[in-house]
Design a protein around this ligand. Structure first.
Ligand code: TXA
Ligand code: MG
Length: 349
């Protein structure tokens, strides 16, 4: 399959070009597009065949449900059975933006979108390109991150093509994604809303808005409990080499990482280090470093994270050592993704 390539301006996208991409969506085809979080792989969310093709292109397990993306708040009413009071508050405060809300679904939502669950996840993205594309398509757009299942999410059109060129009908390129990690997922079908995936809307923001938020046990490390968000149980964001994550108090955590790097180099390994700029300056020669940002600039770390992980594609190193950061704010989302990328191979300092 030939993958068509469209390029548009992020703030002021050409309507005619987006119209061509929207036409493909209407025909049941797969179009990758940018959002403020990561690139999504879009299809008409009410077309079962089109949604089935998303799973096929990504190699995604069919019990991992998809998010439906809408262009205007009112479009929620056609999809969900009931909007709880807490969800109303979240919608008014954070939409459009990097927040996905889980509702009880209406029957119009196909089983293939929800993995058979009686709930549906909905998001109104902030990205102008995403919203205009969805509006032109005139249907809710099902869109997981536009990566091969298990790989880091794409934050550029180039990263989309690296995984999916020839497997999807088109990609819309509007440059890099500002946030860089996927949306926060909050389940509002529980009496107290439950955080299922940390993201751009932080836990601190949710607590400030709602007063009380439960945290899914899998996020606090109780992996034996069955995950409520099916996506949480799969290995994710994994780079091409095994990764070890160093967690703990700073600067001890960095000393520990530097020791391991030295030991691995001495053993003849090709060593990668996914680290802060401060730590990169202290690495010995011969290490393939990928810098995710300055330790205090968590927004930049999040924005660079997936590109940094993808820099180890094509088997360039034998092992990657990653430097953990504080879990404050967006740091919770960054650490959640790093833990999953490491397959929970974690050294605590
Ligand atoms: O930022 C994002 O959310 C991006 C962009 C493209 O919007 N999309 C994205 O989709 O990250 P995906 O499919 O990679 O992740 C969706 C997550 C998965 O963890 C999935 O299990 C969860 O949302 N999810 C979807 N529907 C759900 C439901 N009904 N109940 C609980 N979790 C659900
Ligand atoms: Mg994903």
């Amino acid at each position: 399959m030939h993958t068509e390539y469209f390029i548009v301006d992020r703030e002021n996208p050409d309507k005619e070009i987006l119209g061509q991409a929207a036409e493909l969506l209407k025909q049941g085809k797969l179009v990758a597009f940018p959002t403020e979080t990561v690139y999504g792989l879009g299809a008409d969310g009410l077309n079962e065949k089109a949604v089935a093709d998303i799973y096929q292109a990504k190699g995604r397990p069919s019990d991992n449900p998809l998010i439906l993306h809408i262009a205007h708040k009112e479009e929620i009413n056609q999809l969900v059975a009931h909007i709880p009071a807490n969800a109303k508050i979240l919608i008014d405060t954070y939409w459009p933006g990097p927040l996905t809300i889980v509702f009880r679904r209406k029957a119009v939502v196909p089983d293939i979108v929800t993995g058979g669950l009686d709930t549906v996840a909905v998001r109104l993205p902030d990205s102008i390109v995403a919203r205009e594309l969805i509006a032109l398509a005139g249907t809710p757009i099902a869109a997981p991150s536009a990566n091969t299942s298990g790989r880091p999410s794409p934050t550029s059109a180039q990263a989309v093509l690296a995984d999916l060129e020839g497997k999807i009908d088109a990609v819309v390129d509007a440059g890099g994604c500002q946030i860089g990690v996927e949306s926060t997922v909050v389940d509002c079908t529980t009496p107290v809303p439950t955080l299922l995936r940390p993201g751009g809307v932080t836990l601190e923001m949710l607590i400030a808005t709602l007063g009380e938020v439960e945290i899914d046990p899998i996020l606090s490390g109780s992996f034996e409990l069955s995950p409520r968000s099916p996506g949480m149980k799969y290995t994710h964001y994994a780079p091409d080499a095994p990764m070890v994550l160093f967690e703990g108090a700073y600067p001890q955590v960095v000393e520990l990482l530097l020791q391991e790097v030295t030991t691995a180099l001495a053993a003849g390994k090709r060593v990668g280090a996914l680290v802060s700029a401060e730590t990169a300056a202290r690495l010995p020669a011969g290490v393939v470093s990928s810098v995710y940002g300055m330790r205090q600039q968590v927004d930049k770390i999040a924005a660079n994270l997936y590109m940094a992980l993808r820099s180890y594609d094509n088997n360039t190193v034998d092992v990657i050592y990653a430097e953990g950061i504080s879990e404050d704010g967006l740091g919770l989302a960054v650490m959640n993704r790093l833990r999953k990328a490491s397959g929970y191979t974690i050294v605590k300092g």
